[in-house]
Design a protein around this ligand. Sequence first.
Ligand code: PNS
Length: 172
Amino acid sequence: MNSSVTSVLYPGSFDPLHLGHVDVVEQGVELFGRVTVVAMYNPSKPSGIFTIDERVAMIRDSLAHLPTVSVEAFDGLAIHAADQFNADFILKGLRNAGDFEIEQQMAHTNHSVSGVRTVFVPCRPDQVFLSSRFVREIAQHGGDVSHLVPAPVASELARIFPSATHSTGSPS
Ligand code: PNS
């Protein structure tokens, strides 16, 4: 058995973290051993809900069951984060062909600039529809997202948007 531990960097906006992200981290741990989740500043997505520090706190709470996972914030390029956190590879989850098109271009660009490779894992088939954008939209308008996000994220969303319902099962 190969006893060496590979370390991978999982970068994203995570605004907020949802259960699809958690699955990708769990796959990363299973396949590689060590995962550094990095909440990135993404200037192309300025209209989020949570600050980077809030995202990091929620991600830490949500992944506390995974002892080989660490969570950090980073402002800059993913390749520089990979270098700073001593990651061997960048890890990304793919939901569909649209994700693949974007992620393949980023993977090739990152490799051509720095030599770092990106590995893709497929999202769980029952979670391919999940997106942080839709979680935000539903929560902001009072919808129930508690089955789509980890418990620490669900309680933060409920605190910020008190009208958000929590599975009463009775539409009004
Ligand atoms: O969760 P997201 O918003 O899809 O994550 C995208 C993210 C933040 C991982 C990506 O935009 C990124 O890596 N940004 C950092 C800046 C960077 O490295 N740019 C060069 C891409 S080739």
